[in-house]
Write a protein that binds this ligand. Structure first.
Ligand code: MOS
Length: 781
């Protein structure tokens, strides 16, 4: 289950009843039963303006307090010890030396930890975000190599780290499965997302493949990836009586607070979790064992605790992307039309979690084919629970699919851009739904022209510059549009001299991508106020509603809530305005916000300023809270962000080294709300994709399930010198069926990038690499 599929299924489940009596939406309207939103179709006000991050200066000056920078009086520091076997039990723990070490306040193991419920696993309820259904520090069982087995609290971090190193832990190993062959031999299961099978069968794909005049049929492999946000995971927390206050690094603030409440048997309002600043998440900034252990230790020691994972700690307890083995087979006619599209394969997860890497998701709506077979299967291994990582499913699935299309283009002697355009579907090939907004061909055409695609050498290995071979490749990305239900916005409008200010609060998470800024743009636009008069509240579980920075859907969810709350505010202000107002007699849907005032939509000169309404009503402020509409648009349309990606590489014939020399992403993601932060999202995703293509690989010791490269010195990521200037352009065509006309921009960036690189490497060298990463040893042939 990716976060995004959770959204879709939650949406579908919640609207099931509504759907039965649903009147079809007007084609230009995303608000069921409402009127077309005039603001979607055109650019207006701040929408589309490049606005810098509002918290940028706080971050660069160090004034923004991240999770590990909060401080409580009397606080102690936590260090964790991690198991060194993949499965078995703890035979003995000698805590004597650790307890006697300087500064030590507490050594907590399963023997003295308070009793706690296992965190409800992600997907088991709308607010459950536990990594797996395992109890934490409650028994002597070991489930993965790296599992936390003890926590030391001390007066300084150094003292805690030192004491943790003095623990003497012995284990009784039990039979385990830590290699892929063994996992397969144990049995293969169908992949399930929230009970939904990862399976699509249309027609008879195998028969159509066998009968097709042109065929490609290959296996592609992607390795494990670990999460490496620049800010390692951390929390600073304290018990205030029976209430728990947590300053965390979270992309799912409300849900994490609720899950902590479930673990400790607390009421929802007894846990307050804040997370205003997060140094990157990418799917990993959720609940893992460290927050639970720190809260338990804080209770036992009766002291506030800071737990800041070392980089190695992040590798031991924060799950990453799991490995895949994928088959893609395409059968095509002589003119390149797909007759059969097969995308099947295997992914690995633990016996205790439910996150099969859903690599077929992007294939479902990518290309037209009368016969399709899409299937994900799962094998189980004793390892850390894997999780979401930027475009879970799509990032690795498009590597296989888009490589296979390049292979077919090469067999057919056809331009790979034209082959893709030739197989553009008219409607969603698996759901049958119409597309809400799909301008991928325009992205292809504009991208190809700007990149100079026509200079691509048709023959692989034919362009050389000294000892470098040069090639170009391309790929498509698709990432679904989602919008989770549950988002609310609270607007408080306050008199401020002869003007007003507005505070807009949403239970959203900001990982650094610009959520607060984009929310301010949307709120300012809707309220008709300048951005300086708007304050955004977010990243705090005390704010009503529940949003999540996941599945590239948060901005749409926030937008829908802000739009709904603005409408509610109009109603409240009209009531306050009363019969003496020029607006008297107008209903709320005849009135809009405009330049610090409410104004008649039909007759804008009929208006009254916000401050005048509040003053006449003798009110200092007015507050409204409203939930966004149900995401019914998901039921009517197949909705996606799209990309057309172009890559140029130089491969050294002497060393095998691959350098990316140029990259261009042409995106079709609806209306771009803030070009500055959107461009950063696209570029960041592309850079992550370059790492996936050429460098990233978790080295997993198949003998014992130990991650062997748990540091940034041995786990390679792109650095500045690895990244060329990345050109990003977009269609900026608003989707009339979404709030603000926007689609997500967070995860589409990485999607397809690894294939674009692999296809460029093939074009440069004639060597087809089907296993990531593309390292130089594979090119030294
Ligand atoms: Mo994302 S993997 O939904 O943070």
């Amino acid at each position: 289950m990716s976060i995004v599929d959770t959204a879709r299924q939650a949406a579908q489940g919640l609207v099931q009843g509504a759907l039965e009596k649903l009147v079809p939406l007007a084609p230009d309207n995303w608000i069921p039963g409402g009127k077309p939103d005039p603001l979607i179709a055109r650019k207006h006000g701040l929408i589309g303006q490049p606005v810098s991050r509002l918290d940028g200066s706080l971050k660069v000056t160090g004034a923004a307090a991240f999770a590990a920078e909060h401080r409580f009086d009397n606080m102690v520091y936590a260090a964790l010890a991690y198991a060194t076997i993949p499965r078995g039990r703890i035979a003995a723990i000698d805590t004597g030396a650790a307890e006697a070490a300087p500064g030590v306040v507490l050594v907590m193991t399963h023997r003295n930890a308070p009793r706690m419920a296992p965190p409800p696993a992600f997907g088991s309820s709308p607010t459950a975000v536990g990594p797996a259904d395992l109890p934490i520090l409650q028994d002597d069982r070991i489930h993965w190599n790296g599992q936390p087995v003890a926590c030391v609290l001390a007066e300084t971090q150094e003292q805690a780290d030192h004491a943790a190193a003095l623990l003497v832990i012995t284990y009784e190993a039990e039979p385990s499965t830590t290699d892929l062959a063994g996992a397969k031999a144990n049995g293969i299961e169908p992949g399930l997302f929230m009970g939904q099978p990862l399976l699509n069968e249309i027609g008879d794909a195998e028969a159509a493949l066998a009968a097709a005049p042109h065929r490609v049929d290959h296996i592609y492999r992607t390795p494990r990836h670990n999460h490496n946000p620049i800010e390692p995971h951390a929390a600073t927390l304290a018990w205030i009586g029976d209430d728990l206050v947590i300053h965390d690094a979270s992309q799912m603030v409300t849900q994490q607070a609720q899950t902590m409440a479930d673990v400790f048997g607390l009421r929802t309002d007894q846990v307050r979790l804040t997370s205003p600043y997060v140094g990157g998440g990418f799917g990993s900034k959720g609940l893992w064992d460290h927050q639970v252990i720190a809260a338990a230790a804080a209770r036992l020691a009766n002291r506030p605790v800071r737990v800041a994972l070392s980089r190695e700690g992040v590798y031991r307890i924060v799950g990453g992307r799991t490995l895949t083995e994928q088959r893609v087979a395409i059968g095509a006619t002589n003119d390149g039309k797909f007759e059969a599209l097969i995308h099947t394969g295997l992914t690995v997860m633990t016996p205790h979690n439910a996150m099969p890497e859903p690599f077929i998701l992007g294939t479902r709506a990518a290309y037209a084919a009368p016969n399709m077979l899409l299937k994900v299967e799962v094998a189980r291994m004793n390892m850390l629970a894997n999780t979401f990582m930027r475009a879970p499913g799509e990032a690795v699935g498009t590597f296989a699919l888009e490589s296979a299309i390049d292979e077919l283009a090469s067999d057919l002697g056809m331009d790979p851009v034209e082959l893709r355009i030739r197989n553009e579907p008219d409607a969603d090939p698996t759901s049958g739904l119409p597309f809400s907004s799909r301008h991928i061909v325009e992205a292809w055409r504009r991208g190809a022209e700007r990149f100079g695609w026509d200079a691509r050498p048709a023959t692989p290995g034919s362009r050389q510059d000294g000892e470098w071979r040069i090639g170009m490749g391309c790929a498509t990305g698709t990432y679904p549009y989602y919008r989770m239900p549950g988002a609310e916005a609270r607007i408080t409008m306050t008199r401020d001299g002869d003007d007003v200010r507005a505070k807009v609060e949403v239970a959203a998470a900001e990982m650094g991508m610009g959520t607060a800024t984009t929310t301010a743009i949307v709120a300012a636009e809707r309220l008709g106020l300048p951005m300086e008069r708007i304050e955004i509240g977010y990243g705090d579980s005390a704010i009503p509603g529940a949003i999540m920075a996941g599945g590239s859907q948060q901005t749409a969810a926030i937008g829908a809530a802000v739009i709904a709350a603005q409408a509610e505010l109009v109603t409240a202000l009209l009531k306050l305005a009363g019969n003496d107002s020029p607006l008297a007699g107008l209903s709320a849907d005849e009135v809009g916000s405009d330049a610090g005032a409410l104004a008649s939509l039909a007759e804008p000169s009929r208006r009254e300023s916000y401050v005048s309404i509040l003053t006449r009503a003798q009110r200092d402020s007015v507050t409204v809270t409203k939930a966004g509409s149900m995401p019914l648009e998901l039921m009517h349309w197949s909705m996606h962000s799209h990309s057309a990606l172009f890559c140029e590489v130089r491969v050294n014939t002497v060393t095998g080294e691959t350098r990316i020399s140029r990259f261009l992403g042409a995106f079709d993601c609806g209306r771009i709300l803030n070009p500055k932060t959107a461009a950063s999202q696209f570029r960041g995703g592309i850079i992550m994709g370059l790492g996936m293509a050429l460098m990233e690989e978790t080295l997993f010791d198949e003998r014992n399930g130990r991650i062997m490269n748990p540091s940034l010195s041995e786990y390679h990521l792109p650095v500045h010198l690895d990244v060329p200037e990345i050109d990003v352009i977009w269609t900026d065509i608003a989707d009339p069926h979404t709030p603000m006309g926007a689609h997500g921009v967070g995860e589409i960036g990485i999607t397809g990038v690894a294939a674009a690189v692999a296809n460029a490497v093939y074009n440069a060298t004639g060597i087809r690499i089907r296993d990531l990463p593309i390292t130089l040893d594979n090119l030294m042939r």
